[in-house]
Design a protein around this ligand. Structure first.
Ligand SMILES: Nc1ncnc2c1ncn2[C@@H]1O[C@H](COP(=O)(O)OP(=O)(O)O)[C@@H](O)[C@H]1O
Ligand SMILES: [Mg+2]
Length: 298
């Protein structure tokens, strides 16, 4: 057996239950998975490491990225993590012509822009979403119909030094949900549906992450095309790392009903093996990881 380390957070020292579904497949390909907490100062990172359930980094991103730079073999690699832990990457994909959720970034010091930015988003939808650019698990992300509540929420985040994204709420998520395409080594492994998470004027989620309603789903041809386009774009953006071991392409129907990218999860996505009864996705994931471990330079 070869040891691989899956990095997790102190609140989940034994990892994410969904990831446990892949452990039998890992054992079959000769991989012994050991969980370690990313910010445990006594942990040894000499074994090949996969970032998994490190869901507490959002308010400590610099520390998290500094840690990632010290791990000799890490998937996804540190420069990919640095890029993907700040949701302003959406601007880069939009500039490349890919369909992304309409978003405006407001940075600390730009509070004066908030009224206009919120009003512009409210012109496109009855409610707006305010989220920190560095966020995970829906934490600190909220939906508002009242412009004052939206600007207050955004101003609180800016005061705490956190840039924010303001987006029109994409209402089709209420009926169609979110469609996540899990891409392993550049190929779609499986697809899941996530129910909508944000209720207007609800409080921010108190825990480590919001509880999610996950089901199996078939992707539409348009969703598959978007995942393929994003995967090809990523290969050009990070040629030294292509194909990435894992990527999760989260899509929702945009204003015209065509899928848009809501999030490109390259850091610590839940892979939602629970949405694939066949078990094929856990075997593909195990094969992909085993292949990488086998071909590491000695
Ligand atoms: N613009 C939006 N329109 C509709 N729903 C949204 C929008 N932005 C976020 N959401 C909802 O909030 C959830 C969390 O937002 P997301 O951008 O995926 O960040 P993260 O998963 O990193 O917290 C999504 O799964 C979705 O349900
Ligand atoms: Mg998300």
């Amino acid at each position: 057996m070869t040891t691989v380390v899956w990095a997790t957070c102190a609140e989940l020292p034994d990892g994410d239950p969904d990831d446990h579904l892949a452990l039998p497949a890992m054992a079959e390909v000769g991989l012994d998975v050991r969980y370690q907490v990313w910010d445990d100062p006594s942990a040894d990172w000499s074994a090949p490491t996969v970032v998994r359930s490190t869901w507490d980094y959002a308010t400590r991103r610099e520390e998290f990225l500094a840690w990632s730079g010290t791990v000799p073999t890490l998937w996804n690699p540190a420069d990919v993590l640095a890029w993907s832990t700040d949701k302003t990457y959406l601007d880069e994909l939009a500039a490349a012509g890919l369909p992304v959720a309409p978003s405006t970034t407001v940075r600390p010091g730009e509070q004066d822009r908030l009224d206009d930015v919120v009003a512009a988003a409210l012109a496109e939808s009855a409610t707006v979403v305010v989220k920190p650019t560095v966020s995970a698990g829906s934490k600190d992300t909220r939906r508002h119909g009242d412009p004052r509540a939206a600007t207050d929420h955004a101003a609180d985040l800016l005061r705490a030094g956190r840039p924010v994204l303001v987006q029109p709420y994409l209402e089709a998520v209420d009926t169609d949900g979110e469609t996540g395409l899990v891409v392993v080594d550049g190929v779609v492994s499986h697809v899941f549906r996530k129910g909508q998470l944000l209720h207007a004027e609800a409080e921010a989620t108190p825990g480590l992450y919001a509880v999610e309603d996950i089901r199996a789903r078939e992707a539409t041809p348009a969703q598959r095309r978007l995942a393929a386009d994003v995967t090809a774009w990523l290969a050009a953006r990070f040629p030294a790392h292509a194909p990435l071991l894992y990527a999760r392409v989260d899509t929702v129907p945009g204003p015209d009903g065509e899928p848009v990218l809501l999030e490109l999860e390259l850091t610590e996505p839940s892979l939602w093996f629970v949405a694939d009864d066949s078990g094929a996705s856990t075997r593909a994931w195990a094969r992909a990881l085993a292949q990488r471990v086998r071909t590491l330079p000695a």
